[in-house]
Design a protein. Structure first.
Lengths: 226, 287, 698
């Protein structure tokens, strides 16, 4: 008798094949999880900052808050991440002998070489960002975009996108995520991590900074591009 | 800052229309404007630049001639940057109208046609559309001889191959001037604070750059653009290239010589004869 | 469990759905598009602190004040210093190319010694040792006079130190590339016993009669000349340009007088005759200025009638007459001379004729006229014409008793800019040891034995006196805008060190520790001001009244061009342009980019030719021909230009450089090779303004 013959009625011979529904679910969940969890693991390469810089310690010593080291020049341009000249006056000699400090003095201060910080907020060459427009005219405080970096005791690990070379975390809303942050909070905050053009545009449109462009009705492209 | 204050501040900023006036009687054809532009805007250079069709130049100095035989020959030099056309009713700039990806855009608050290299994918439709052939294409990547990449201006993004580039009216200098203005808490920019590289470098002082809408700027007085009539210049001897096309360019030219002004537009031979019958060419020059 | 086709497809569908609902495809696409824009070979210039450094551009004798924009340590661009020039704008293409010339890989990066395998880099220690030993050998052999030194000019502390070095060593062999100002000094010295150079008050003249001066193409101090011309447009000053072709200056002039090439002095003398005939006041002025007025007038009467001048110049008698009358009728007329950029020596006849014209209209030391300025320089005037480079190199090439065994060259490139460059190269190669102080590799350095790198124009401090026809001469001080990129030194420092190594005979003459100390000392109490402003007025004694002159030495007729008219029916002249560097070194890549297709196409240079002449020769636009003169030949292409006089061929200066740098080298022809040498009978300088030529089929 044909073992695969299925007579009509209640009895059905058990099918040895995977049900399509199960296969669908399997495929779905595998790739879904890969897309959300596995892919980011593969895509991002963790790199530590060259020196474990303690912001909290330094802001206590600085008199003008963030602007003590991240300052505006007289022509309105922004210094960004400071060069070695900023650190040299205080760190001329070894104070506590920790390995990072020794490295700082030997490898950078003595050679007068800028520390190769991995800058989270680094933008592509095509972007022109005016700190003066946002901080002075826009009345924004540093924390609004960069988060409470001033409170951090150790820099967040730099996750480099291996395809583009840019940081996973561009804005620092979550710069001070402690190690034990819940997984769900991390997931929810993913969308806040990257800051692409549309994110800038969202904020601009909220503040009705638009008009000018004849095609998009946003501001002229060259306001933010060079 | 509240939304209302911000909006109020922006309304106070009148619409600017940056434009240029080039006095062809002063232009000596020296080429400083070309070199200043190259230096300012990271323009690539090749070993052989004699093929002017593929040579990238954001401003080109053309030589016009009255085509008369020796010794009645006369020549005139005409520097031609991007015209930053406004179009008939704002928005019909030829290149902007055809760009499939909005890599080029007309900004009504400054009158500048921008070109964003990261968005351009090199279809060159804009080059076809531009009646002035102001646009150049990067057929290959720029090669910077060893050491010369140090002189690249960080305010202008160097281009990779496959994108179109053109004169930008040095809008990075506008950005720089705005930066300073924001820092100092003001909105207005002085006339001297934003000048293009070609204007600054012209030894003959032939180029004037400024806000055509601002009666206080020199260019407004020298051109007197008629805003009701597509920006046509009301000042005598001032003309624009291909005026009849209706591109409403922001670059004006002036010359006391009739034959030069006649060359501003394409005409049929009969039209040209009628046009020049009114005044002989040589009368324009002092004896 | 097995997977059948349905299951497999479902698995696939599920995977696709899962993938689509995850960020992967969108993120991947986005990231890949960013990746395609991030090629590592597209440079990303780093942002930094913007600063402006003031300096003086020393790339040509114009010495224009500039300001250089820097970002951190990098030099980005050059622009004008508005507060120092009257009508505010501009920099010339060469000045604008400053950053390119600073960073180009054609810089001499370390001392280089010629060997069988080409140039090898050596240390400064070794280089100076070699120089010292060569000098000692000369001295011990009792031949200190076999040392010679060629400088670019005789102005400033650089040439002064070089001259001092030679003097202390025991040699009188210091010579420099002669200039138009040198020609003026020689002529006026001969005429009056006091040598002076012209200070033209262009800004206040009402008619400027220019004998071939390329006012808008780099004449004198380029920016100043261009500003003057723009100013004239406002003040209504008339510019009359006397030139055989429609140059940019002639096109910019109010009147273009298409005079035959080489006949400018004749036109000027013809005008003098008209003035003397018509205006008693001119005769009075002649009598007051000249000891032999009758002799001069008689010379003019016999040789410069309207018909004779018309024949020489190709103009009509009535035009010459009206030119003279209009000139004299102008409130502040001024005649200027100095063909092209007015830097190379002018024919003494031309200087004389221009001076006479200005004297006759009474504009010497008057507003809008010609001011007589005594230069402060180190070379002895009387010896000037014995030191014409042509003569020096000819003597050096003598096989029997060569006059030079060791030659130092600084700030000059005679292997390119000399007449007969090929002969000059041969002469240089014959000299047993040639030391070239150069910031960039040039033709002379390539033919030298030892090349010593000096700072480029943006890397060091040096004084820069500027005469160049200015009514008020200036003294400039160039500043170190950029840090030193390579292992370069000041030439002065090398000389000081060499002198100290040569011992007691030389060392006392060089007591300074460094060139900068010497410079500071030479500038004395002007150092402070110069350091701040980088350009100050040079207090020069202006000669209030010229001593009476005897003109008889200048009553000679023009020298003819070599070659017969039958063999060489055409005439070749040169033209200058702001787009090419005419200061002996190669043009920057930016400048090469501005060169027109009517001048250069690929590597082929063009000559301008009148369309009718081209017709006669059966030539069309861009045809190749062999251009031959009695001095050389070259393959060129022709460009039909209605502004060029019939029978005239015009070739651009500044091309034909050595083929080492592919951006500027191996393109076109060095016109000096075709023009040959024409020695001025008075000054001994080369005044070749043209050559007879013929076009042959290739």
């Amino acid at each position: 008798m044909d073992r695969n013959f299925s007579p009509p009625g209640k009895h059905r011979i058990k099918n040895h094949y995977v049900s399509p529904f199960l296969a669908f679910l399997t495929g779905f969940s595998l790739l879904f999880l890969f897309g959300w969890i596995g892919f980011p693991e593969l895509l991002y390469e963790k790199q530590p900052q060259p020196i474990a810089f303690n912001h909290k310690l330094h802001t206590k010593l600085a008199d003008r808050g963030c602007e003590s080291c991240h300052a505006f020049r007289s022509d309105g341009s922004f210094t960004g991440v400071p060069g070695i000249e900023n650190c040299a006056p205080c760190h001329s000699t070894v104070e506590n002998g920790r390995s990072d400090e020794v490295r700082l003095i030997q490898d950078f201060i003595e050679k007068r070489e800028d520390i190769p910080w991995l800058v989270y907020a680094r933008q592509p060459d095509s972007v022109f960002f005016s700190h003066a427009a946002h901080v002075k005219s826009g009345d924004l405080v540093c924390e609004t975009c960069h988060g409470n970096i001033g409170e951090s005791t150790t820099p967040l690990i730099y996750e480099k996108n291996i395809l583009t070379g840019y940081s996973r975390q561009i804005w620092g809303q979550n710069m001070v995520l402690a190690a034990g942050t819940s997984f769900f909070a991390e997931v929810r905050s993913i969308s806040a991590r990257e800051m692409k053009m549309d994110d800038c545009v969202d904020c601009h449109e909220t503040h009705e900074l638009s008009g000018g462009s004849v095609q998009t009705n946003k501001q002229g492209c060259f306001i933010c591009h060079k | 800052m509240s939304k209302q204050t911000m909006m109020k501040k922006r309304e106070q900023e009148k619409r600017r229309k940056f434009g240029m006036l080039i006095d062809l009687d002063r232009c000596t054809g020296c080429g400083s404007c070309m070199v200043a532009c190259m230096s300012e805007n990271n323009i690539p250079f090749r070993k052989d630049e004699t093929d002017k069709l593929t040579s990238i130049n954001w401003i080109r100095v053309f030589k016009l001639s009255n085509h008369k035989p020796f010794p009645e020959t006369e020549i005139c030099f005409l520097p031609m940057p991007c015209m930053h056309c406004q179009g008939k009713e704002t928005g019909h700039t030829p290149c902007v109208s055809v760009c499939p990806v909005t890599a080029t855009d007309y900004d009504s608050s400054t009158g500048i046609v921008s070109q964003i290299y990261s968005r351009c994918f090199g279809c060159r439709y804009c080059m076809v559309a531009c009646p002035y052939h102001s646009r150049s294409f990067n057929w290959s990547d720029a090669v910077w001889p060893e050491g010369m990449e140090k002189m690249l201006n960080p305010q202008v993004s160097p281009r990779m191959r496959g994108v179109v580039e053109k004169c930008s009216f040095c809008y990075h200098r506008y950005q720089e001037a705005r930066d300073k203005a924001h820092f100092e808490g003001r909105r207005n920019i002085a006339e001297e604070a934003y000048q293009t590289a070609c204007t600054e470098s012209c030894p003959a002082g032939a180029i004037t750059f400024g806000d055509l809408n601002n009666p206080g700027h020199r260019i407004h007085q020298m051109v007197q653009p008629d805003l009701e009539n597509g920006g046509r210049p009301k000042q005598k001897n001032v003309f624009r290239l291909l005026e009849r096309l209706g591109t409403n360019p922001a670059v004006y030219y002036s010359s006391t010589r009739t034959w030069v002004r006649n060359m501003g537009d394409n005409r049929l031979l009969q039209e040209n004869r009628q046009h020049t019958a009114a005044g002989s060419n040589l009368q324009d020059r002092r004896a | 469990m097995k997977l059948n086709r349905r299951g497999f497809i479902s698995l696939g569908l599920g995977a696709t759905a899962g993938l689509t609902l995850s960020p992967l495809p969108y993120k991947l696409l986005d990231d890949i598009s960013i990746w395609t824009q991030n090629w590592p070979w597209v440079p990303v210039p780093r942002d930094g602190q913007v600063s402006f450094v003031n300096s003086v551009c020393t790339l040509c004798p114009g010495g224009c004040p500039i300001t250089v924009r820097k970002v951190d340590e990098r030099v980005i661009s050059v622009s004008n210093r508005k507060e120092t020039i009257d009508s505010a704008s501009g920099v010339c293409p060469l000045g604008l190319s400053g950053p390119q010339l600073l960073y180009t890989p054609t810089r001499v990066m370390s001392p280089m010694l010629r060997s069988v395998n080409g140039f090898q880099p050596i240390s400064w220690e070794k280089a100076i040792s070699i120089l010292v030993s060569r000098l000692e050998t000369l001295r011990e052999g009792g031949k200190p006079d076999k040392l010679a030194a060629l400088a670019g000019s005789n102005l400033g502390t650089g040439p002064a130190l070089m001259n001092r070095f030679l003097g202390a060593f025991g040699s009188s062999g210091f010579f420099h590339m002669p200039s138009a100002d040198d020609a003026w000094e020689a002529v006026t010295w001969k005429l009056t016993g006091r040598g002076f150079v012209p200070g033209y008050d262009l800004e206040r003249a009402t008619t400027v009669l220019s004998f071939g001066c390329a006012i808008v193409e780099g004449w004198g101090s380029p920016l100043r000349s261009m500003h003057a011309r723009s100013l004239w447009k406002e003040t209504g000053t008339t510019l009359v340009q006397v030139e055989p072709r429609l140059s940019n200056t002639a096109a910019a002039a109010d009147r273009w007088i298409a005079c035959n090439p080489g006949a400018e002095a004749d036109l000027a003398l013809g005008m003098c005759r008209v003035l003397l005939e018509r205006y008693p006041v001119c005769r009075d002025r002649l009598g007051a200025a000249v000891t032999n007025p009758d002799e001069f007038s008689s010379h003019l009467y016999h040789h410069y009638s309207l018909e004779q001048v018309a024949a020489m110049t190709g103009l009509t008698g009535s035009m010459i007459e009206s030119l003279a009358v209009d000139f004299a009728a102008s409130k502040h007329p001024l005649a200027i001379c100095g063909k092209d950029e007015g830097r190379s020596p002018i024919a003494s006849r031309e200087v004389f004729a221009t001076l006479m014209l200005n004297i006759l209209v009474g504009r010497i030391n008057r507003p809008g006229g010609l001011y007589c300025i005594e230069r402060k320089s180190d070379s002895r005037l009387s010896a000037n014409f014995l030191h014409a480079p042509e003569k020096v190199f000819a003597a050096a090439a003598e096989t029997s008793e060569p006059s030079i065994e060791l030659l130092l060259v600084a700030g000059a490139n005679p292997c390119y800019s000399q007449s007969n460059p090929r002969k000059t190269v041969e002469a240089i190669r014959k000299i047993p040891f040639v030391v070239s102080f150069a910031s960039h590799w040039n033709e002379t350095a390539m033919n030298s034995n030892l090349v010593l790198p000096v700072h480029s124009h943006l890397e060091g401090t040096t004084d820069f006196p500027v005469y160049s026809g200015l009514k008020q001469p200036k003294l400039g001080l160039s500043k170190p805008v950029s840090k030193r990129l390579f292992n370069s030194r000041y030439m002065g420092d090398v000389l000081i060190e060499t002198a100290s190594r040569l011992g007691d005979a030389m060392a006392p003459f060089f007591p300074w520790g460094s060139y900068e100390t010497y410079l500071k000392q030479s500038l004395g109490d002007r150092w402070q001001e110069l350091n701040e402003k980088t350009v100050v007025d040079l207090p020069q004694p202006k000669i209030r009244s010229i001593p009476m002159m005897n003109t008889s030495a200048f009553h000679s007729l023009p020298t003819r061009l070599t070659g017969s008219r039958q063999e060489y029916p055409l005439t070749l002249i040169a033209k200058v342009s702001m787009r090419l560097n005419n200061n002996a070194d190669a043009s920057s890549p930016f400048m090469m980019k501005t060169v027109e297709e009517s001048v250069l196409r690929k590597n082929r240079g063009f000559v301008d030719i009148n369309p009718d002449t081209a017709d006669e020769q059966n030539l069309s636009e861009a045809d190749s021909v062999m251009l031959e003169t009695p001095h050389g030949q070259a393959t060129v292409s022709v460009h039909l230009d209605a502004g060029t006089a019939p029978g005239l061929l015009v070739m651009a200066r500044g091309l034909g450089h050595g083929a080492d740098d592919e951006y500027s080298g191996g393109k076109g022809t060095n016109v000096n090779e075709l023009l040959g040498e024409m020695t001025d009978p008075l000054t001994g300088y080369n005044i070749a303004w043209g050559a007879r030529a013929v076009l042959k089929k290739v």
